[in-house]
Design a protein around this ligand. Sequence first.
Ligand code: ADP
Length: 388
Amino acid sequence: MNQSGGHELGPTVGMIGAGQLAQMSVAPATALGIRFKVLANNLEEPAALVVADTTIGSKDDPQTVLAFAQSCDVVTFDHELLTPAVMEVLKNCGKPVYPSPQAVIYAQDKLAMRQALTDLGIPCPRWSQVDSETDASIFAQEVGYPFILKTSRGGYDGKGVWFVNSESEISAVFANELPPGSHWLAEEKVNFTRELAAQVARSPSDQCVAYPVVQTTQRNGICSQVIAPAPDLDPQIAVLAQEIALRIARELDVVGMLAVELFDTGDGVLVNELAMRAHNSGHWSIEGATTSQFENHLRAVLDLPLGSPRAIATWSVMGNILGGDVPNLYSAYRHVFARDQELHVHLYGKVVKPGRKVGHVTAIGSDLTDLCNRVDHAVSYFTGEINE
Ligand code: ADP
């Protein structure tokens, strides 16, 4: 199945999307000696900057996607934003596509996901599809205020999620336009003690590995910090979260990485949402685990034996760098590296815009407080919040 025409390289994995997740897949693809190509919107996208075999074209154009897929041995994604027409083309492209369009639907559409998980008996917040303001108000009377309204599709980083504090706020939320194919999803507001994520990798041969369950902290709906493993997590809850993720991967036939975002309620977990690709909650694994999420995603879609997901340090702490006041992030390197020789920095090569994820830092070791302080310092320096 190798299309490399006699070269020594392994098969070609093609990734649709060229953001930072595709960019961070390059290092393990290189180490594995496989061919890696991306479909990018333009040459400025993070992966397009570094992948020699970049196709420029629209991920929304079925013919472009079909031609790209046919030039690969295996097709995968760095996002789930695929139009129905593109999904249809991929179903019939004659190449393995992982995760399959049939599975991806549960990462694209929060209503489809809620229904599937509820059918499987997997614990979720109380939820309902609401097609009118009256429906939303009836749901709110059942679960109480505040409650949550979400668009079933098209949301990311907290966009498409509204906290509704009173009946009078419902109409303002409904005034927002629904993305194509979307409906309104209402959920009870969970009084969680913290947010967790459970990541697993699964191959077509049904080999699965589960990463340590991590704690994620969101600021304004965007992940700001991840600690692996989640501190003080009851081992039984950790195993429960891993079992939930493994079960979802098998039942929904996910191949590749699956991230299950969870709410820790103190005595159990509820599923928030799913991502079927490498995920921000797993960036720590690049330096903190025996096999990173990016390598295991590639191994999984190639149906190779998976690598160990085990943590190599007591703690890993990852902090996201969101665009701030410093337009030239490189200028921060001298100070950050001089201060901390053990810090790992990833900058994605994106234009800095306020609030945009432009990079992350990771520190691993045995003193959690020290790691958190060092990561916080570096993030604050990169964003210009501090200058020393
Ligand atoms: P996105 O797809 O934009 O990441 P999420 O559905 O993950 O949206 O919601 C973003 C954030 O909003 C979550 O990380 C969580 O902090 C909060 N949130 C979402 N749903 C609920 C809920 N049912 N109860 C309480 N908080 C919620």
